[in-house]
Design a protein around this ligand. Sequence first.
Ligand SMILES: NC(=O)c1ccc[n+]([C@@H]2O[C@H](COP(=O)([O-])OP(=O)(O)OC[C@H]3O[C@@H](n4cnc5c(N)ncnc54)[C@H](O)[C@@H]3O)[C@@H](O)[C@H]2O)c1
Length: 371
Amino acid sequence: MKSKPHKPTPARIAPIRIAPARIAPVRVAVIGAGAIGVDHIASFQKHPAARVVAIADTSLERARAAAGTYGVPEVLADWRALLRRADVDIVSIALPNHLHAPVALAALRAGKHVMLDKPMATNAREAARLVAESRKRNLVLMVGQNNRFLPDVQTARRLIDAGELGDVYHAKTAWMRRAGIPRIGSWFTQKKFSGGGCVYDIGVHALDRCLYLMNEYEAAAVSGQTCAQFGPRGKGNGSWGRGEIDPAQPFDVDDFCVALIKLKSGRTVLLEASWAAHQEDPDCNATQIFGTEAGLRLPPLKMFRQTRTGYTTELVTAAAGPAGDNRMTHFVDCVLGRADPFVKPEESLAIQKILDAIYASAKSGREVRIK
Ligand SMILES: NC(=O)c1ccc[n+]([C@@H]2O[C@H](COP(=O)([O-])OP(=O)(O)OC[C@H]3O[C@@H](n4cnc5c(N)ncnc54)[C@H](O)[C@@H]3O)[C@@H](O)[C@H]2O)c1
């Protein structure tokens, strides 16, 4: 099939209009003091106007340890208490996946701006509710797709936008680890808490990065396959995460996925994700973009072109774009009305639809069409 040259359609997503530059500080409450929750705190603290005022976690031990390290004045076990407080402007959510949508929705309804870690939700219906609520209330909602903030990725996007690759017609994107299950027996490997395995955990990063580069998020059809080859045998364990382990719980999520995604323009994406695989590279997290005039791969960012004398490979020096390289400081700028969110909630919803379609296709054995 011949793909049509893609015309980016940014106009459909209205920019969020927040009251401009109000007086600092912007007060942040972080919910979840696990492996990425502490990164949320440290990243917010890099913004001169941000103050992390509280941290909530059902494990008071983890919350107190994080508060001690980062000088956070208050620790709570129950996140609901934070939403009732007028002195909290931003709620930053670093919880197991099944809590993303309910906690984010409650926070938006309480009038808080929400920084939500990935995946947006555990299904597109919940994700759509978050988008609608944030738009209705004019609150900033952003999913923490930190890969977009990498200088390599931002530089690659500028090259693609400038037409350096010609018409982009295909991409391959993957995050494949050799032994990187985020600990067998943790919430990550139990479907009731995670909603899914490597698809929701690292597939989402590989896909988001790729679609951001292509500047197209909506898919027409998805054909996917998932399986679990390592986790159920107790193999492929990694070390990520701080939550409790329950060895009695079954491993009932995927640790491998492959999908062919046909975007609405007709362009295609091949996605692969695995938490564990027999491969040379311990951690292969890369995207390739194919255009009619050149191709690129990252990281590190390299461009490939044909010249009169043969093929050239050029290593490109990368620099962060206007959004910078820190998703939390950018988010604070959005709340202050100084920036427009770099990751739009509508884009994250479109990606959630693709991830859900991968599971639906794997279950039915058929291509799934997305309306
Ligand atoms: N953006 C990224 O690169 C990135 C990286 C890793 C994880 N994540 C995402 O961040 C989220 C958290 O992952 P993690 O690796 O920090 O997990 P983790 O297991 O290390 O931490 C989760 C924390 O949530 C707490 N918690 C669970 N239920 C709670 C509740 N009801 N109220 C308050 N606290 C509760 C746990 O006690 C734990 O401390 C996940 O959704 C994951 O997908 C994102």
